[in-house]
Structures are given as structure tokens and as C-alpha cells.
Design a protein around this ligand. Structure first.
Ligand SMILES: NC(=O)c1ccc[n+]([C@@H]2O[C@H](COP(=O)([O-])OP(=O)(O)OC[C@H]3O[C@@H](n4cnc5c(N)ncnc54)[C@H](OP(=O)(O)O)[C@@H]3O)[C@@H](O)[C@H]2O)c1
Length: 350
């Protein structure tokens, strides 16, 4: 069985996915019973389409040599979303383009077109989910299209998998997490004596922070993740604008030193809590004991802690060991792709 994928966005995540499929595609076919083919890829300037499956080394070379997947060959083209999806013959869209929290584009348009065509959708970009949750899932239900989005919530932490499989049947009261890598890296650098500006520069040199890290340091990225987790786990319809949000710009080296003198540190914590009548989500810097599950995490790590009745707390953490965001996020995208593909193939669905 073939699983044909249309991929929008060919940056760190998109190229990471192509690299993983090139390196491990055969292995996945044996292990999961499906051959995964990229049949169309678009970026800002063009598209490459071949319903028989794009040649992945050639695609990666075209991007690095010409700056666009449009350089793939004579039969590339078609940036109109509808025609792009039609010609790919894909059963699944992977959305990995640049996003924003004003209108969620261009991902929102790609996702709507895919759902109209009955495709399943795997999202890496957060905009459509953090702004249009209700609309998106109403459309998906109408067309029986399945939508997975593990990569949008601090991938590859298994936050959603824990909530929907390991904690099934329990009463999840709240979750809190370190969900934004850039802010976390900057605070870790500041706790070692660097200034805020030096911390930002260091995170940029490490390839973690963008040239304009506003979405990270002002808490937008963590707030989007909190909204998406709240919606998925507590069945709410929050947008990123419903999340109380405070970023890390106000945190000083003095604050961190004062915390340190008391055996504490400061972390940017995203929190979602269910009250008797409501679900509340927030993002803010918090003093934490250096011994607790989140307080002890250093710059190269992320974590989430669930408070659950009648179990107690359950935590998942990841230390990246130097692996870059593009490839680890692509791995998480692939996890969703394989879940969807496996449930359509000879393997029993989960
Ligand atoms: N990197 C991570 O670790 C990570 C983790 C979780 C989620 N995400 C999310 O995943 C998405 C991709 O991340 P990334 O790191 O791969 O970003 P990136 O390196 O900036 O790549 C973004 C890609 O989107 C393309 N793009 C922009 N507008 C487009 C359009 N209208 N149609 C098609 N493609 C378009 C860009 O094209 P050009 O190449 O032509 O500029 C680029 O290839 C983002 O939304 C990000 O927030 C990333």
C-alpha cells in the first residue's frame, strides 16, 4: 500500500521529513506495511509534483541549489492550492509552512482545501489550530478527514499521546510545561550570568532562535501550544488570544540570582487548568525549585507534567542531546503520518 503525501513548506521541518523518508523509507515499509511517497511539495516560490513519488535526493538538491523546490525539473509548478493537491493524488497533507497568529495563513487555506478533498491532515504549523480550532474540526468531521498535530505542541514531547492513551479514563486536572525551547534556552543562559541580549544572541547562534524571536520571548508560541493542548485535552475552543500571556523580556539576571540564592530558578511555564466551571490557560515566568520536574530542566530540554486524579502527577521530559529542531519535529510529523497510514493498512488500527 502506498501513502502519498502533499507537503506544504520545505524549510527545516519539510527538508527533515524528506531526509528521514530518504534514509528510512524502506525500513518503514517493512515495519509499517506502507510505502510513504512525497508526491508534491511547495514552498514560497514554487512547487514540485510527481504523483508517482518525487525523487528525494533530487528534490533536496533542487532546494539547496536553486532556493526553491520549483527548481526540481520541467514538470514542476502549480502553486494554486487546489490544483497542487489534485495533481499530487495525495491522501494526506503535511502542513509545515511559516505561520502567524493573525490569520493562520498560508496553512489555514491549505488545510481547508485538503479537507474539502477528503484528505487527512498532519500539521506542524500552529496558526490554523491556534486561531480556527472550532471551524477546522467542524469541517474535518463533515468530510471524515482525520487531523493530527503532535508536532505543534512542543514536539517530540508525547503530551497528546500521554493524555489520550496513557491517561485514558483518568481525570486530568491540569498540565504545566516548558514548551518553548528558545525562551528556555535564554533563561538558562541568563541563570549562568549572561545578559538577556547575550542569551538571545547565543540562542540565535545555536540555530534555536529566529532573527526576530518575538513570538518566542513574548510567549506567543507557548500560548499557542497551551491553547491547542487545552482544546485537545479538555475539549474547549480556545484561541491563542484567550491565553493569559507574559513573556520573558521582564526577567533580569538579578531576578535569576535572587531565585538561585533560594534554591530556585525561573522558567517560562505554560499552564492549563480545569476549574469547576471553566478551563484556564496561561503563560508566565515562574520561580521553581531546582529539584522539581520542570525546574531541573536545562536549556536543551523540554517537559510537561500532568496532575491527574486518582494517580498524582505524571511527567514526560526530553533532552535533545544536540539534535536540531527540524529533524526532531520531522520525526514527530512522521509519527502522526505513520499512525494514519498504519490504521489504513494491514496493521490493526490503534
Ligand atoms: N523547527 C521546529 O522545530 C518546529 C517545531 C514545531 C513546529 N514548527 C512549525 O513548523 C512550521 C515549519 O517550521 P520550519 O522550522 O520548517 O520553518 P522554516 O524553516 O521557516 O520553513 C518554512 C517553509 O514554509 C515555506 N512557505 C512560506 N510561505 C509558503 C506558502 N505560501 N506556500 C508554501 N510554502 C510556504 C517557506 O518557503 P521558502 O523556503 O521559499 O521560504 C519554507 O520552506 C512552522 O510553522 C513552525 O512554526 C517548527
Amino acid at each position: 500500500v502506498d501513502t502519498k503525501i502533499a507537503l506544504t513548506g520545505f524549510g527545516n521541518v519539510g527538508q527533515g521529513l524528506a531526509t528521514l523518508l530518504h534514509q528510512h523509507g524502506e525500513e518503514y515499509r517493512h515495519r509499517y506495511g506502507t510505502r510513504i511517497l512525497l508526491t508534491s511539495v511547495s514552498d514560497r516560490r514554487g512547487a514540485a509534483i510527481d504523483a508517482a513519488g518525487l525523487d528525494l535526493p533530487r528534490l533536496l538538491a533542487a532546494k539547496s541549489q536553486t532556493g526553491s523546490v520549483g527548481g526540481y525539473g520541467v514538470e514542476s509548478g502549480e502553486s494554486d492550492p487546489d490544483a497542487f493537491l489534485a495533481r499530487s493524488q495525495a491522501s494526506l497533507l503535511v502542513e509545515a509552512s511559516t505561520t502567524n497568529f493573525d490569520d493562520g495563513e498560508p496553512g489555514w487555506t491549505y488545510v481547508r482545501e485538503a479537507i474539502v478533498r477528503g484528505l487527512d491532515v498532519v500539521l506542524a504549523s500552529k496558526g490554523a489550530l491556534a486561531l480556527h480550532w472550532k471551524d477546522l474540526f467542524e469541517r474535518a468531521r463533515e468530510r471524515a478527514s482525520r487531523v493530527l498535530f503532535s508536532a505543534t505542541v512542543a514536539s517530540p514531547l508525547p503530551s497528546l499521546d500521554l493524555a489520550s492513551y496513557s491517561l485514558i479514563g483518568t481525570d486530568i486536572r491540569s498540565l504545566e510545561g516548558i514548551l518553548n525551547g528558545t525562551s528556555h534556552q535564554i533563561l538558562t543562559a541568563m541563570s549562568r550570568g549572561l545578559s538577556y541580549d547575550e542569551g538571545v544572541r547565543q540562542a540565535q547562534e545555536m540555530g534555536i532562535a529566529e532573527t526576530d524571536p518575538t513570538l518566542d520571548v513574548d510567549g506567543w508560541d507557548a500560548a499557542a501550544k497551551a491553547a491547542i493542548l487545552a482544546n485537545a485535552i479538555f475539549d474547549t475552543e480556545l484561541t491563542v488570544h484567550d491565553v493569559r500571556r507574559q513573556g520573558i523580556r521582564g526577567v533580569t539576571v538579578d531576578d535569576l540570582q535572587a531565585a538561585s540564592a533560594a534554591g530556585e530558578t525561573i522558567k517560562l511555564i505554560a499552564r492549563v487548568a480545569r476549574t469547576d466551571s471553566d478551563v484556564e490557560a496561561s503563560v508566565a515566568p515562574e520561580r521553581r525549585s531546582i529539584d522539581d520536574a520542570l525546574g531541573r530542566l536545562s536549556g536543551d530540554a523540554m517537559g510537561v507534567v500532568f496532575t491527574v486524579e486518582p494517580l498524582g502527577t505524571m511527567a514526560a521530559t526530553i533532552e535533545f542531546g544536540g539534535h536540531g529542531g527540524g529533524i526532531t519535529t520531522a520525526m514527530t510529523v512522521l509519527r502522526d503520518v505513520l499512525k494514519l497510514a498504519r490504521s489504513r493498512s494491514a496493521f490493526p488500527p490503534r
